[in-house]
Design a protein around this ligand. Structure first.
Ligand code: HAM
Length: 442
């Protein structure tokens, strides 16, 4: 750059707020999670479906419901400039899966067990565990009416937690009954809230006649005692709804799966009936819903398909990964690298490259230090890399046809004892000695 043209820093472009990059340091964790998901889905006979990220806006308005937070204020909707269509980045994928099931007549082949994974979009206020682009893994059991299917999707979740080593996820259950039962409850709720109109906040007043059930979900502390005293849906459930819910609970108890009935659990989407559930876990010391789902028998017919029952769930991948990270931080940070090659810059680069290539030929994962720097700073990087061994190529040693191996990791006591170990090795024996050292470590 000449003095006449001083370098002007180009404007730095950042990603969109609430939409995150997944960096290589997290790849091992994502992979472990995705493998566990694929195993669990296979174990229950679920087959993967991939639907588009963009759908017609009216699909979500009709399924999730017009008077919901998602549809009212969180959807990324836009008009396609080329043909004027109203489109939306999917805020969830139950609607998309049901749409695809109807469009491709999948239910004519019999009931379907389907699963999906991918990004979802909601314009929420970003905070820990809440993003504008986030990922869900979900499963949908379409065409099954009985509580056996509800039990199955819940057991699937539990198996996934077990597989991932998540021990503190708690299951909360409720039954929303059928629409006529909810209607009776809704009327009773409206009457109750109308009688207490002076105690409603603005949000509640607005929802009173549109969706009074959502008032029960309020986070406003000033409304809690009012909500506590409101008529409960369970008092309005008929015999069949009660029997469905009781049978589900019996099935879960028989499998020793603990749960808590939460009569306030209403979920934020309108398509549910009968069973609803959430898995709650402490992430960073605060309770967070890592997974939600339930039965949505009316949805398939609402979207133009034949009348067929269904249930399912979706989990928030970032939230589950945050738990995993907390549970085994050390593991998650680890790169899969066996040997870190430390060397003396240009004078030793040829030998370092050759040694690294020969090690890789033998199946050893190697990071070759690039960019120079003192031995001290290279060793710091070697330690941080998670490698078991450093291969050191110094000018003097190289002149003697030798290199050094240094044991790096200091996790267990035994490893700590060997961490300071260093030995010389002839260039010809590098691969052989590294392989021996790696077998010893196993
Ligand atoms: P949902 O409760 O809206 O249900 O979302 C499911 C899960 O996605 C939540 O429990 C949470 O872990 C995660 N999640 C939701 N919003 C965000 C966000 N902004 N940032 C990070 N994670 C988030 C559904 O979406 C239904 N489709 C579930 C279902 C499937 N019901 C039946 N089948």
């Amino acid at each position: 750059m000449s003095a006449d043209h001083p370098r002007r820093a180009a404007e730095r472009l950042n990603g969109v707020r609430g939409m995150n990059d997944v960096l290589p340091v997290d790849e091992a964790l994502w992979q472990r999670f995705e493998d566990a998901v694929a195993d669990a889905m296979r174990a229950y006979g679920y087959r993967r479906i991939r639907t588009p990220i963009v759908e017609h806006t009216r699909l979500f308005v009709r399924s999730i419901g017009e008077v919901t937070d998602i549809v009212e204020k969180e959807m990324y909707s836009f008009v396609d400039a080329l043909n004027g269509e109203n489109l939306t980045l999917r805020p969830e994928n139950t609607a998309g899966v049901v749409r695809a099931t109807i469009e491709h007549n999948l239910l004519y082949e019999g009931p379907q067990r389907l699963w999906y994974a991918g990004p979802m979009f909601r314009h929420e206020r970003p905070q820990k565990g809440r993003y504008r682009q986030f990922h869900q893994v979900g499963a949908e059991a379409l065409g099954f009416a009985g509580p056996d299917a509800d039990a199955e999707v819940i057991l699937l979740c539990q198996r996934l937690w077990d597989e991932l080593g998540i021990v503190n996820a708690r299951l909360e259950l409720n039954s929303l009954g059928q629409s006529d039962e909810r209607r009776a409850h809704r009327e009773a709720l409206i009457a109750y809230f109308e009688a207490n109109a002076d105690r409603l906040d603005a949000d509640a007043a607005r929802r009173l006649h549109g969706n009074p059930l959502r008032i029960l979900d309020t986070k406003n502390p000033a409304m809690q005692s009012l909500v506590e005293g409101a008529p409960r849906l369970s008092e309005f459930l008929g015999g069949e709804s009660r029997a469905h819910f009781e049978r589900l609970q019996g099935l879960l108890r028989a499998q020793n799966l603990p749960y808590r009935i939460n009569p306030r659990l209403v979920r934020g989407l309108d398509y549910y009936n009968l069973t609803v559930f959430e898995w709650v876990a402490d992430v960073g010391g605060a309770p967070l819903t890592i997974c939600g789902g339930g039965r949505y028998d009316p949805l398939i017919a609402m979207l133009g398909g034949r009348d067929a029952p269904a249930c399912g769930f979706a989990l928030g991948v970032e939230r589950v990964l945050a738990m995993l990270r907390e549970q085994d931080e050390a593991d998650a940070a680890e790169t899969h690298c066996n040997v870190y090659v430390v060397h003396h810059g240009d004078a030793t680069l040829d030998a370092a490259l050759t040694a690294a290539e020969r090690l890789r030929d033998a199946g050893v994962d190697v990071i070759l230090h690039c960019g120079g720097g003192s031995f001290k700073s290279q060793f710091r990087k070697a330690d941080a890399s998670g490698a078991q061994l450093a291969l050191i190529l110094g000018v003097d040693e190289l002149a003697r046809g030798e290199a050094s191996l240094k044991w790096l990791r200091s996790g267990t006591q035994e490893e700590a004892a060997s961490a300071s170990r260093q030995e010389s090795v002839t260039l010809e024996r590098i691969v052989e000695r590294v392989l021996e050292a790696m077998t010893d470590e196993d």
